[in-house]
Design a protein. Structure first.
Length: 365
């Protein structure tokens, strides 16, 4: 296949509709909501129209508004001000163009274009607003009541029903758009709120998703990738193997010299079968040897067994590293001996090992 043919196939594939990742329940919820919203808005508007002798009492753009309000209630284009303001402002502009521009085709183009500019300025961008502007031109209406009924009343009623229905069916509407004064990102996140704002400025296009929802979605995706990359790592994959060890009878001076020479901060204490019986750390040496805290020289311990910590938290070599993160981040642990199925010491897991694993998880490349 030639490069031109491959490019043509990719272009044709781009014309295919994208997969909507919503289930049948959500589709049914949106369809039922639109039906109820339009029915209530139509019945109420018809009654008001009959009382005021106004016809028409229902506008076609309301159908498009209903799709947004009930199918994508989180969209910035579907929020109450967008629906009410976008439709009403646009129809007013359409009526003005119908009066001022004699040619219908030119009036239609000017009306929709001016409506878009106005909706941007008033922050009420709403796609059906373009249809409202066009409708006013096509019906050649100059009656200002047309902006109130059907357009304004239809829009208000639809929004009211949308608020009730979306709330009752578990969808937040209105979907409040907020920008925190001091944006914070979850610990360990690879991007901040400021980074997202800069990316949106660089993108410079209207997105049919709120900034807050986009940020939340990106953080969820990042967390999922983090769990995938780190979730399969086991202690045996990241631990330090063949750690230095001492026995209960090792002289304290020897253990101290060994720690200084190898620049380690903890030594597992093992028995003759290489099973863990304790651990000695720098803190244990400090308590035993610092003059302010240590007993008189004649009473000072001579062997590691006298100063080691006997209750030792150990980890299985098959344990997932992600399960140990709370111990290192909140439990105050700095070293964890790692044992095999027979409880033999096979390695030690340090904070440095965990940090390296985290680095690989967030930057797998």
């Amino acid at each position: 296949m030639t490069r031109t043919a491959a490019r043509a196939l990719r272009w044709l594939a781009a014309l295919l509709p994208a997969t909507l990742r919503v289930d049948a329940r959500e589709r049914s919820r949106a369809a039922l909501g639109a039906a109820l919203g339009l029915l209530i808005a139509a019945l109420a508007s018809r009654w008001v129209g009959a009382q005021l002798a106004i016809d028409p009492w229902l506008a076609a753009p309301l159908g498009a508004s209903a799709v947004l309000v009930f199918a994508v209630p989180a969209s910035p284009l579907a929020q109450p001000w967008s629906v009410i303001g976008g439709n009403t402002v646009s129809v007013i502009i359409g009526m003005a163009c119908a009066r001022l521009v004699p040619d219908t085709a030119l009036a239609a183009a000017v009306a929709v274009s001016a409506a878009i500019v106005a909706m941007f300025l008033l922050r009420c961008l709403h796609p059906p607003g373009g249809a409202s502007a066009l409708l006013a031109v096509l019906v050649h209406t100059h009656d200002p009541r047309f902006a109130l009924l059907p357009i304004l009343l239809n829009s208000v009623l639809l929004v009211i029903v949308g608020m009730a229905y979306n709330t009752l069916t578990g969808r937040r509407y209105p979907h409040v758009q907020t920008t925190p004064a001091a944006p914070l990102s979850p610990a360990g996140a690879r991007f901040s709120s400021a980074d997202l704002d800069a990316a949106l400025v660089h993108y410079n296009q209207v997105l049919d998703v709120s900034r807050d929802d986009l940020e939340e979605l990106l953080h969820h995706a990042e967390a999922a990738a983090y769990r995938r990359n780190l979730g399969e790592l086991r202690c045996q994959d990241v631990m330090s193997r063949d750690p230095l060890t001492v026995s209960i009878d090792t002289p304290i001076a020897t253990a101290w010299s060994l720690m200084r020479a190898r620049e380690v901060k903890a030594l597992p204490v093992v028995d003759k079968s290489h099973r863990i019986v304790g651990i000695v750390t720098l803190a244990d040496f400090v308590r035993a040897l610092v003059p302010d805290e240590a007993p008189p020289a004649a009473m000072r311990p001579a062997h590691v067994g006298a100063i080691m910590m006997r209750r030792v938290r150990v980890a299985s070599e098959a344990l997932h590293v992600i399960e140990l993160l709370p111990l290192f981040s909140e439990g105050g642990h700095h070293h964890l001996p790692v044992v095999d199925a027979q409880q033999h010491l096979v390695g030690i897991l340090t904070q440095s090992d965990v940090v390296r694993a985290l680095h690989r998880a967030v930057r797998p490349d």
